[in-house]
Design a binder for this molecule. Structure first.
Ligand code: C2E
Ligand code: CA
Ligand code: CA
Ligand code: CA
Length: 278
């Protein structure tokens, strides 16, 4: 068993080394991802819970690396967040997504746009100034732009982040508390952050119709959020049964595979036309 312990430790070390090498490979390849045109965006629809009309999209980043193949955002975003690279990515996402929805809007597709921000993006005044410039130049109304920040990111840096969020609210942008329910904050703490929207984390929604505990949590979260004046989005809606429960409880907006997976820009337009003509 001394042998077995030694072998387990060896496996563990090997796992650690593999992970460290992968992280290193990612951080080496990522800085040139933008200039090599390796990044793209997909868009996932958000629909009105009552009418099921498409109200907006969330832009999600995709990376096809020449060296590493497809790398998921859950893997490369945390690595980008360890340096200033994340600001470049966020700016690229904002600019590219805003240009895309500006074209859609000129074709009569009036969707809002949600973009994921990292906590440190909110501490970079350049990111915010650049954002305001792009929005003004493209003529996208500021209330059609929603910044999603995870619950944990908001709480960790709460003092400075709350100043910046106040500034962004003054510019007219929407502020969404992403992945709500996975952290340890209370809605009371989040109230001072001037958010406009709360996104219930998909882990509470994906099996909603089969899980009474999730039902209790989600139903009461919707009621509390509404009392605090927040609009509620449920992400991870995978079935008609879940969509119906959420709509019965007054949830405002639904997002998930039941309606659509994230799609490239052209594919989204095709989906949108079929969906709105249904
Ligand atoms: P997120 O912000 O919570 O985004 C939602 C994730 O849930 C997306 O994964 C989406 O594809 C997935 N999803 C949507 N509907 C369903 C569903 O019905 N069921 C299930 N099981 N999953 C669903 P994705 O695209 O892999 O993104 C993962 C995370 O990576 C995002 O989580 C976000 O935290 C981060 N991320 C993605 N793009 C960006 C970005 O441009 N900037 C930053 N900072 N983070 C990003
Ligand atoms: Ca999000
Ligand atoms: Ca989320
Ligand atoms: Ca997430």
């Amino acid at each position: 068993s001394a042998h077995r312990a030694k072998q387990a430790y060896g496996d563990y070390r090997e796992g650690m080394e593999l992970r460290a090498m992968r992280a290193l490979a990612i951080s080496n390849a990522l800085p040139t991802a933008i200039s090599n045109n390796e990044l793209s965006l997909v868009f996932q629809p958000k629909v009105d819970a009552k009418t099921r009309h498409c109200l907006g999209v969330e832009a999600l980043l995709r990376w096809q690396s020449e060296d590493l193949g497809w790398v998921g955002p859950d893997e490369f975003i945390p690595i980008a967040e360890q340096s200033d690279l994340i600001h470049e990515l966020t700016q690229w996402v904002c600019r590219t997504a805003l240009e895309t929805i500006a074209v859609w809007r000129s074709q009569g597709v009036q969707t809002s746009l949600s973009v994921n921000f990292s906590a440190s993006d909110l501490l970079e005044s350049e990111v915010i100034v650049a954002l305001h410039d792009v929005i003004t130049r493209l003529g996208v109304p500021s209330d059609a732009f929603v910044i999603e920040v995870t619950e944990n990111a908001m709480i960790e840096q709460s003092e400075r982040v709350s100043d910046v969020l106040t500034e962004l609210r003054a510019l007219g942008f929407g502020i969404s508390i992403d992945d709500y329910g996975t952290g340890f904050s209370s809605l009371l703490q989040l109230r001072s952050l001037h958010a406009t929207e709360l996104k219930v984390d998909r882990s509470f929604v994906m099996n909603l119709e089969h899980n009474p505990a999730d039902q209790t949590i989600v139903h009461s979260t919707i009621e509390m959020a509404h009392r605090l004046g927040l609009s509620v989005v449920a992400e991870g809606v995978e079935s008609e049964a879940a969509a119906r429960l959420l709509s019965d409880w007054g949830c405002d907006t639904l997002q998930g595979y039941f309606f659509s997976k994230p799609r490239g820009a052209d594919e989204f337009l095709t989906w949108y036309q079929a969906h709105e003509e249904r």
